[in-house]
Design a protein around this ligand. Sequence first.
Ligand code: C5P
Length: 218
Amino acid sequence: DLVPVITIDGPTASGKGTLASTLAASLGYHFLDSGSLYRVAALASLRQGVADTDGPGIAALISKLRLRFDGPRLFLDGEEVSDQLRREDVGSRASKISALGDVRAALYALQVSFRRPPGLVADGRDMGTVIFPDAALKVFLTASPATRAERRHKQLISKGISSNIDDLRADLEARDARDRTRAIAPLQPAEDALLLDNSAQTVDESVAQVLGWWEQRT
Ligand code: C5P
């Protein structure tokens, strides 16, 4: 498969989504927010009352999902669920079910299908390690926990939701610990990933940095 892929992996609230979607727009590439697939599986399983420990049950449900992607908007059975996917309970369930091998396997083919000409930018936890191991450029994006908690806090404020920054930080550190220590597809940089800490960078600076790396590769 010669369609080029750039992968952006990293922990919660590191700015992966913003970086990846901006890169995709500037290169004219497709964009995959793989976390949204774990979130939509979480939402569907919540609605159907499937336990968050039932890997085969959730995998069966995933195979029947009718999804439509329209830029950043995601439709489930014709209903736009983009906002519901951002809910805290949905994110927390996504984190739990993402540790189940059956769930990860059920989402594999769907993720690979996003690789279409002229290219793809994919963000998640295992894009460079498991889903697109032959990606032309792999970035592992990090930021300090304090920076990430602050960004999440501002995001919530902009949506009119109040939150406590210490609680947010504790929550994201717990989620990262779970992603890093799980047996299947743990969050870790691919051996050939370039590390980028964007704690002190603006989005434009991070984008410019990755575009610079991309130009050196092509
Ligand atoms: O990135 P986002 O927060 O939307 O992802 C939701 C959850 O899905 C994460 O907490 C992580 O546990 C899981 N995930 C994953 N592998 C991916 C993307 C997300 O395990 N490639």
